[in-house]
Design a protein around this ligand. Structure first.
Ligand code: ADP
Ligand code: ZN
Ligand code: ZN
Length: 729
């Protein structure tokens, strides 16, 4: 018996299977999808790999044998083995990295560490109870007697709950014994909350349509305004799927941002839920993965990589906030979880539900064309009204020296504080000042490793780079002209904080950004405290925008719309609309009269106008007309090719070569743009040039990309990053 083994070398030229002999003692054990250890290369050094095929004959001589199996339980099933090929072909990664991407990190590493499994030790009787009774009569130790009496009633008890000395004496005498039982680190033995929600008519209609397709690989786009009850529909769907004996995967953007959702799932489904996300410890991830692998749970809630969960008998996939960029991985393999979901629903013949208040234009276009089935929830539940939107022109405010908080916003904040309602303020920059420069000569402090200015953090009195972590104590004098006139400008969340405490000294403020949530659990605590009304004003970055449901919030302020609007990217109109709608959606969810205030220097900007009108559709139509003219998605597909090097000249020269090569090889209808310098040209001392390919149909594309990819595999100073359908260009 022979096995083909795909070895764990991330070298593209070695990305193929090698044949090994299966030794006698492993013949009944080795299976396709299992991880094994094999000798490889000249020194026969040991390396892990996946069994990709079992064969009964081979014409190769002199074969080496499989040494051992790394984990008997861990097997990539047939579906995932096949999915690996799709992942490789669609992102142009190696097959081995495709398989590794599907596994939690505890199972990716070279030697699987058995410490990942956690055990509880129990004690139980090792002799018949009659014997114990006679024994009890003879001993004096009170604790020992108590322990034995309990053990005659209960089969076993946790060792660490018992008296140490009593356990020791009884163990020594051989009357009790230990038993180790594997436990899961996250174990929810929660009482389920029996809550019966009567769905609204819109909700029931959507639910029925999806239920009718439980045996079809149909994609639904659930377009529902914030607070329209999408989550409730997901729960009903999952309930149905689980009661028919099948399983469900639900993806959420960033789980730390969505702990509220996870809590609701635990409440509804108890211990039938596994969660998978990056903030879990390695051990927790390992346990959650095993629960799924063993079929101990039927519901998986997780972030992007949970799309690979080895769920048995899958019945539905749900992707919440489908427009979120977190579904696209930004390192190799650059896959999009939505593409993986589509592949899996075809495999199982089950539906995929994409939900959002602001779907991506790609998705919406597909829905309008009938490729996806569009389901709309235009109203909030319980007759709650969407907030009214007010745009404030900051150019006028600047004349009155109101740089951060406009008169109007201040008035409204006071009003909410008086009424004991809550306020959320959104500002997409952390730190204090976002630009630090010398007033005398104009010198601006930049990161020496990245092509970006440093941000001033007042709390640590330092200038920091948000890309590479570089930092510098705030200098007293300008390095160029020795002037002491060093000032910071631009606003970050720290500065907003000092401004708020100046104007509203008695208000209770809480800041939420990467700086205040770095400790595990701090994020949840802020959310719980705000929900319990320990604070009046919650302010922070992106983090505050998603999935949160606070009934008392009736005012939302967007401090500076321009930082988001001015990002030079063809999707910035789409994204700003989505982000601001999301933030705005935190207001008035329980029916309070609510308002959203948008501060901007561009009140006439089209996206701002559309937000004011609350028209997703008009914004879509306008942006689509531009996309069509400029040949952007969804009219054209994009490929981003980055040419990277720590040596500027090398990157530049090779970028020109790559562009020339692509222009020669690709279909004449395809467009090759660049090289230009990529978004942020230098990050962590790596220079990055970018070429963008726009195409509709191109048979030659994949081969041309593979060709250039191979040309640079062994290049000394330059490497390529290929991105099919990039989110940013
Ligand atoms: P979305 O996910 O669309 O933003 P949610 O599902 O979070 O909306 O619903 C918003 C609020 O309305 C939640 O507090 C939820 O519990 C409540 N809700 C949802 N559906 C119903 C319903 N049919 N009846 C009463 N309350 C509902
Ligand atoms: Zn200077
Ligand atoms: Zn840097």
């Amino acid at each position: 018996m022979y096995a083909e083994v795909l070895i764990e070398y991330k070298v593209k030229s070695l990305d193929r299977s090698f044949t090994y002999l299966v030794p006698e003692h492993l013949k009944d054990v080795v299976k396709v999808g299992m991880k094994v250890t094999v000798p490889f290369g000249q020194g026969d050094s040991l390396i892990n790999g996946f069994v990709t095929k079992i064969k009964y004959d081979s014409n190769l001589g002199n074969l080496k044998s499989i040494v051992s199996i790394t984990d008997r339980e861990l097997i990539l099933n047939d579906e995932l083995m096949e999915l690996g090929h799709f992942l490789r072909d669609s992102t142009l990664c190696t097959l081995i990295s495709a398989y590794q991407t599907m596994l939690p990190s505890s199972l990716k590493i070279k030697t699987i560490n058995s410490n990942y499994q956690k055990y509880d030790t129990y004690i139980k009787l090792s002799v018949p109870s009659e014997f114990v009774k006679t024994y009890i009569a003879e001993i004096r130790g009170k604790k020992q007697i108590e322990l034995l009496e309990t053990l005659m009633k209960e089969e076993k008890i946790l060792k660490n709950k018992c008296s140490v000395s009593a356990v020791k004496s009884l163990l020594d005498k051989g009357i009790i014994e230990e038993e180790k039982v594997q436990t899961y680190r996250i174990s929810k033995s929660l009482e389920k909350e029996e809550k019966s929600v009567v769905l609204t008519e819109d909700q029931s209609n959507a639910l029925c349509k999806i239920k009718d397709s439980f045996n079809n690989s149909e994609v639904f786009l659930l377009h529902g305004v914030t607070g329209s009850g999408k989550t409730e529909i997901y729960m009903h769907l999952i309930q149905e799927v689980v009661s028919s004996g099948k399983s469900a995967i639900m993806l959420v953007p960033e789980i730390t941002l969505s702990m509220q959702i996870v809590d609701n799932f635990y409440k509804r489904f108890g211990s039938d839920v596994a969660i998978l996300h990056s903030a879990l410890s390695q051990g927790e991830k390992h346990d959650e993965y095993l629960k799924i692998l063993r079929g101990d749970v039927h519901i998986v809630v997780g972030t992007r990589s949970a799309i690979f969960a080895p769920v048995k008998n899958l019945g539905i996939i749900i992707i919440d906030e489908e427009h979120s960029e977190s579904y696209k991985q930004d390192n190799t393999p650059r896959y999009n979880a939505i593409d993986i979901a589509k592949w899996r629903i075809e495999y199982h013949n089950i539906p995929l539900v994409l939900g959002s208040a602001t779907p991506t234009f790609e998705s919406y276009a597909r829905a309008l064309k009938g490729v996806y089935t569009l389901l709309s929830l235009p109203k909030r539940v319980n007759d709650a009204k969407l907030p009214s939107i007010k745009v404030v022109d900051m150019a006028m405010e600047a004349k009155k020296r109101n740089m951060i908080l406009s008169e109007y916003l201040k008035e409204k904040i006071i009003d909410r504080l008086d009424r004991k309602e809550q306020v959320i303020l959104f500002l997409n920059r952390r730190g204090y000042g976002t630009l630090v420069s010398c007033m005398a000569c104009g010198y601006a402090f930049k990161c020496p490793n990245c092509d970006i200015t440093l941000t001033f953090h007042k709390s640590s009195n330092a200038l920091r780079c948000h890309y590479c972590g570089y930092y510098l104590k705030k200098p007293e004098v300008c390095p160029e002209c020795k002037s002491q006139e060093i000032r910071e400008s631009g606003i970050g969340t720290e500065k907003l904080e000092s401004e708020l405490s100046k104007f509203f000294p008695s208000a209770r403020l809480i800041r939420m950004d990467a700086d205040t949530t770095s400790k595990k659990g701090s994020h949840d605590r802020i959310i719980k405290d705000f929900k319990n009304e320990k604070y009046d004003i919650l302010f922070g970055t992106q983090m505050i925008s998603k999935g949160l449901d606070f009934p008392k919030v009736s005012l939302v302020g967007i401090i500076s719309a321009d930082t988001t609007l001015n990002i030079p990217d063809f999707r910035s109109g789409e994204r700003s609309f989505a982000l601001f709608s999301q933030v705005a959606g935190r207001a008035g969810r329980s029916g309070l009269e609510s308002e959203v205030i948008i501060q901007t220097f561009n009140p006439d900007n089209f996206t701002i106008k559309m937000l004011e009108m609350g028209s997703f559709l008009k914004n879509y139509q306008y942006e689509m007309s531009i996309r069509k003219k400029l040949k952007y998605p969804p009219y054209y597909y994009l490929v981003g090719v980055k040419i990277c090097s720590s040596i500027y000249e090398d990157a530049s020269i090779e970028a020109t070569k790559v562009s020339k090569f692509l222009k020669e090889k690709l279909d004449r209808e395809s467009i090759v743009l660049g090289p230009t310098t990529a978004g942020i040209f230098k990050i962590k001392n790596i220079y990055r040039f970018q070429i963008v390919i726009k195409y509709r149909y191109d048979d030659k594309l994949k081969n041309a990309l593979k060709d250039i990819d191979e040309q640079y595999i062994n290049h000394k100073t330059v490497y390529l990053e290929l991105d099919m359908n990039p989110y940013y260009i």
